[in-house]
Design a protein around this ligand. Structure first.
Ligand code: TEU
Ligand code: CA
Length: 568
């Protein structure tokens, strides 16, 4: 028997520094705030914490625009505070990983400052500079790519009369991975520096965008716009394997864990290559199949609750199967800082259903294979903020740019703006980014000062302090689930996943199998009770109920949003 890698059986807890815990009353969460709550995190049953970008940054994209890899954003603290956080995390038997954001930097990074200073600067080629195209004498960007936050992915630079590529904001120029000097600087400054300080690995931001291929025009999928979705072109370019192999050689020296973010990759063979142990690229990736369920082709162009359970099941199946019969590994997650809350999206945040559906989703995640990731607040069942909140409460550049675009395109049409807002209320990243609800005191116990984002209205009934002592809380249920996951690690973390009754639009049923053990999982994704005929579901043998997410359950009937696991 070979020993399993530690990261496979780990539960990772994601922390968004700005919104976790403010220690000094300036309204912004910080590193000392995180340090002060490590016992809380540990008590959930977590093995690893993932800290979102805490580096120096102008914060155009909440720290995903890094101006200095080796320093900390002053409101969050200092490198010393990071050392302290690492020591304290390790002292509790947990590990810590950081966000590695090296597809792009901030435009304030000295590398870019030098690069943009002249065409002959030694760092000119560290970013993606291209000359303009002229169409009927009119200056146009090198191609029609749409950036992830709206409008062209190219920014004109007056000084040197060329465009540079930015797949995200104009303030986030893309690094040129084709240049070996750039790659070495990335490994040294962004990776080795922090590995030497003592971190245990990285969540690797937009990892499949390093190699961009030929940068040809994208096909026209949105005739209303000059800029077209190009994700299938700038993701998974021809040199990805080479770049990741090289990066892996650096990481291997430290036995560091990696989880790469992998959008726009429907090709499972491609994904498998990233995560296959033999290939030595990444330990695992985040695929977007599950969390993209119900989004429009252009994220916000959808109607709320417009998701089909069938699509959700199919997405879960695709990602679960990644580790089946091969040497790949997968992840299981429903939330992160880029997603709105899973109860609102896939369960129900109506008062009578939010706790049951939060528990049901916890039960589902517990039973799925792969490394599990929980996002702060998910463990207490936080939900989206209300529709009534004005547009002023949306701080994320993705949300505000989208609303502005609809406003401009429709000439301020009220109906279109209302639809845009409804969509944001359902899907905006802001919902995950409001402060964590610690207790029922002022500002939800997050800060003594004025929080940088408004706290949710429901903190009196949904907060960590109350849930810690309430045995029927979402938090208590999560703790139980993580214990069960440990106890039945073979079956739930490493077992094979099979969907039953795929077409059923209300119930999600699946089995997990490991050698001669088998579990049957049934989840009621509706707000009404459903009949359950166990004999016909799983044959004649008498199954034993391992757990139900409902406080009391009846054998032949599933309550609204009840989930159950039987051992066969
Ligand atoms: O996200 C990368 C990514 O692909 C985004 O387009 C993501 O799909 C989007 O947020 C969905 O609305 C990463 C980070 O997770 C995100 O927070 C950053 O904004 C982005 O990279 C740029 O660094
Ligand atoms: Ca603070």
């Amino acid at each position: 028997v070979t020993e399993r890698e530690w990261w496979k059986d780990s539960v990772v807890y994601q922390i968004y520094p700005a919104s976790f815990k403010d220690s000094n009353g300036d309204g912004i969460g910080d590193l000392q705030g995180i340090s002060s709550e490590l016992d809380y995190i540990k008590s959930i049953g977590v093995d690893v914490i993932w800290v979102c970008p805490m580096y120096s940054s102008p914060q155009v994209d909440m720290g995903y625009d890094i101006s200095d890899y080796q320093n900390v954003y002053p409101p969050y603290g200092t490198v010393q505070d990071m050392e302290d956080l690492i020591t304290k995390t390790h002292a509790r038997g947990m590990r810590i990983i950081l966000d590695l954001v090296v597809n792009h930097t901030s435009d304030q990074h000295v590398w870019f400052q030098e690069s943009r200073s002249s065409k002959t600067n030694p760092k000119r080629d560290w970013y993606m500079w291209r000359p303009a195209r002229y169409v009927d004498g009119v200056r146009k960007p090198p191609n029609n790519w749409l950036s992830n936050f709206g409008s062209s992915a190219w920014q004109w630079d007056e000084n040197t009369q060329e465009y540079y590529l930015h797949l995200f904001c104009p303030e986030q120029p893309d690094l040129n991975w084709e240049n070996p000097e750039t790659r070495n600087a990335i490994y040294k400054d962004a990776m080795e520096f922090w590995l030497d300080v003592g971190v245990d690995g990285f969540r690797v931001d937009t990892v499949n965008m390093y190699s961009k291929g030929e940068m040809l025009d994208a096909p026209i999928t949105d005739p209303r716009s000059e800029w077209q979705f190009a994700g299938f072109q700038y993701c998974n370019g021809p040199r990805m394997d080479e770049f990741l192999g090289e990066m892996n050689a650096v990481l291997a020296k430290y036995d560091a864990m990696t989880v790469g973010e992998c959008p726009h990759t429907p090709d499972m063979q491609r994904v498998l290559k990233y995560v296959s142990a033999r290939e030595k690229q990444l330990n695992m990736v985040f695929q977007f199949d599950v969390v993209d369920t119900g989004q429009g082709p252009y994220k916000f162009q959808t109607t709320p609750k417009n998701y089909k359970l069938f699509d959700f099941k199919a997405a879960v199946k695709r990602t679960q199967d990644l580790r089946r019969g091969n040497d790949g590994w997968t992840t299981t997650f429903l939330e992160n800082h880029d997603q709105s809350r899973s109860i609102t999206r896939f369960g129900s945040d109506a008062p009578q259903h939010r706790i049951p559906s939060g528990k049901m989703l916890a039960l589902m995640m517990m039973a799925l294979s792969g490394t599990m990731f929980i996002y702060q607040g998910q463990e207490i069942g936080m939900v989206n903020f209300p529709m009534e909140w004005s547009m002023d409460e949306y701080k994320d550049v993705e949300s505000t740019n989208y609303y502005k675009m609809v406003d401009e395109r429709s000439g301020g049409d009220e109906e279109e703006l209302a639809a845009a807002k409804a969509s944001l209320q359902h899907l905006a990243r802001d919902h995950a980014r409001i402060p964590f609800s610690w207790d029922d005191s002022k500002n939800a116990g997050f800060s003594e000062g004025t929080p940088w984002m408004r706290v949710n209205v429901d903190y009196a009934i949904c907060n960590a302090k109350q849930q810690q002592t309430d045995k029927t809380s979402v938090l208590s249920f999560w703790k139980r689930m993580l214990q069960l996951r440990r106890e039945y690690a073979d079956l739930f973390i490493h077992g094979d996943f099979d969907v039953q009754d795929m077409a059923n639009p209300i119930l999600f049923k699946f089995t997990k199998t490991w050698q001669n053990r088998k579990a049957f999982v049934v989840l009621n994704f509706s707000d009404e009770a459903q009949q359950l005929d166990l004999a016909s579901e799983i044959g004649t043998q008498k199954p034993s109920l391992l757990v139900s997410s409902a406080d009391s359950s009846q054998e032949k009937q599933l309550a609204a949003y009840e989930g159950r696991i039987y051992l066969l």
